[in-house]
Design a protein around this ligand. Structure first.
Ligand code: ADP
Ligand code: MG
Length: 256
């Protein structure tokens, strides 16, 4: 279980997360939606332990224990994170990149047991990038890098998976493949999924629960069909009366 209790965070005194409180039960599939700059990425960074502030590390708990009580390695066995953007500072092969996901399960002197290699190969295959395994990351398209990062997080085999806009660079086929993959992990292995998506239709199709953020605050949290409704979306995104939302989650504007 993931529990966020009055999480507040600022960059340079500018509040980005503002008294955020919610709980994601184990095995939930939760979408995080909200306008640009509403704090979605910051929230995922907070949960993945990337924000070192003591207030963050006490406000976020995983399985009833605040992040402050975890070592980085212990947390990496619980939570895997797919960032919104990847800066390729050091170039690695696709295979070695996904192998990094095995690190939390390896002892100090290990560098990839046969089992680790098996897991890595399985995740490369599931995300459709196995044929690219010997290529350097810098030689991939944006969508390919994104799938490699998803494979790396899956290779970590954690009970909680955080994904920050993992669909943004993908074509429609790969969008559905990734969402199906996440749903399978969620259903078959009870993996808790917290995913930032911009497409309400994807949230409606796959997420049981949705968190709607506005200016770092929780505007709504609950069953997806009760959160992704026109008044909420209008409020969060500042849309006028000429915008409509159909039952599948597609937005239309009457005045184009
Ligand atoms: P979202 O993912 O919802 O678009 P973010 O969590 O990335 O929003 O950002 C929330 C706010 O925090 C934005 O106003 C953004 O400009 C600001 N911000 C994000 N990262 C930093 C940073 N490293 N330093 C200063 N401000 C930041
Ligand atoms: Mg973001």
């Amino acid at each position: 279980m993931l529990s966020i209790n009055n999480l507040t965070f600022s960059y340079d005194k500018k509040p980005v997360l503002d008294g955020l409180t919610f709980e994601v039960p184990a095995g939930d599939f939760c979408a995080v939606i909200g306008p640009n700059g509403s704090g979605k990425s910051t929230l995922l960074k907070a949960v993945s332990g990337l924000l070192p502030e003591a207030a963050v590390r006490t406000a976020v708990s995983v399985d009833g224990q605040p992040l402050a009580d975890y070592t980085p390695l212990e947390l990496a066995r619980k939570v895997a994170y797919v960032p919104q953007r990847v800066d390729i500072v050091f170039d690695f092969t696709v295979f070695d990149t996904v192998m990094m996901g095995r690190h939390p399960h390896q002892s100090r002197w290990e560098t990839g047991t046969p089992h680790d290699r098996e897991v890595v190969t399985e995740m490369l295959d599931k995300t459709g990038v196995l044929a690219l395994k010997d290529r350097m990351l810098s030689q991939l398209s944006g969508g390919e890098v994104q799938r490699v990062m998803i494979a790396r997080a899956m290779a970590q085999q954690t009970p909680i998976l955080l994904l920050d806009e993992p669909l943004s660079n993908l074509d429609v086929t790969h969008k559905f493949e990734v969402m199906r993959l996440l749903r399978t992990l969620n259903r078959d292995q009870n993996v808790t999924v917290l995913i930032v998506v911009h497409d309400f239709a994807f949230a409606k199709q796959f997420a049981t629960t949705t968190l709607l953020l506005k200016s770092g605050k929780r505007l709504a949290y609950g069953p997806t069909d009760e959160v992704i409704i026109l008044p909420m979306i209008r409020d969060a995104f500042g849309l006028g009366d000429d915008y409509r939302l159909d039952e599948r989650g597609n937005v239309y504007c009457d005045n184009l």
